[in-house]
Design a protein around this ligand. Sequence first.
Ligand code: SF4
Ligand code: SF4
Length: 381
Amino acid sequence: MAIRANPKLIEELETYGAQDVSKCYHCGNCSATCPFSQDPYILPRRSMRSLQMGLERKLEGDLEPWLCYYCGECSQECPRDAEPGETMMSLRRWLTSRYDFTGISKLFYRSWRIELAAILLVAMLTGLGFFLFGLSQGNIHHYDGVNAFLPGEKIHFFDWGLAIVLLVLLLTNCARMWWFTIGRDKSKRVPLTAYIKSAYLLPMHFMTQMRYAKCERKRPWVIHLILMLSYVTMLILIMFFVKRMAAGPAIDWRVHAFGLAATVGLLGTTIFAVRGRIKKTENHYKHSHETDWMFLILLIVVAGTGILQFILHRSGLDMAANITYVVHLMSVVPMLGLEVPFSKWSHLAYRPLAMYFAEIKAEAARAEARASQGVRAPQAA
Ligand code: SF4
Ligand code: SF4
């Protein structure tokens, strides 16, 4: 089959944040520096080459961009200032839009105005919806108890509904990632056992992002780990302990201690990232795409309104707590509903998947080598 090239691919990638791809003259310094560059994944030079050649279909099926953790060491060593680290980041954005079948991700990455308009629209509809729902349920002067404005158990149904929709969208995108990177390559046969044997990698890399720790500087990995643990803690609390979180006036420290720790983790790491992006002191914060800012701002609003709501509720200011709760939901819904399946957050699913798929491919290659040795052995005898 003829290989088709897209001569406008570099131009397209520039809308996703790529900097100076055409400056690269393939000296190889970046791959010699990259802690993850190892056969068969030559980071980041091979991606730079594929981009220059316009090999769109090949890039669509590559795992390399997800195996890069943006330590930025390659950009530092590049004699041409081609910014290969940022190119890998923009490739991750581009791939995210490729995996998304709805086309929403592409719209968001290519126009921050559209993303902002979508966030504001979803926030306003959420606010209006919950406000009217609250009026139909109880009294705005009551935060909990029989006449509660937003009764915990009913909000909980909504949480589960949203979680199911997100899961379906995310799983569909993950299935498309599998198709691009493994499924459509008919020349390679992947045994079912490879999928089973490597399955443990998924939760392991999702929870720890442990490969990140291989970067020379450990701080970005530690920050990411705190953020990840905070997310997971918050998710467990919301899905399984929301009633105890909302109950009062006495504080149930068995759940609130975790809630506070997770909020501090979210807020602290987000403020750290905002400061880094403003000061541009670290390589991975040097270039910021608009979607990076939207994500951080949403996180700050979510964590900030969560804390404020807690303080107001515990201070007996029920009406203010209810209004803050609605504002909190107005930031939570667009953050989860738009960022998780269509934007930056989705990398938390694609990265561990990439590690899993890389191992499956390696296992398939080993099985193929064993099979061909088995065929050759009797001939040699
Ligand atoms: S170091 Fe720069 S010029 Fe050299 S191969 Fe890497 S990106 Fe290209
Ligand atoms: S940013 Fe770091 S991990 Fe990514 S390709 Fe460059 S050196 Fe490798």
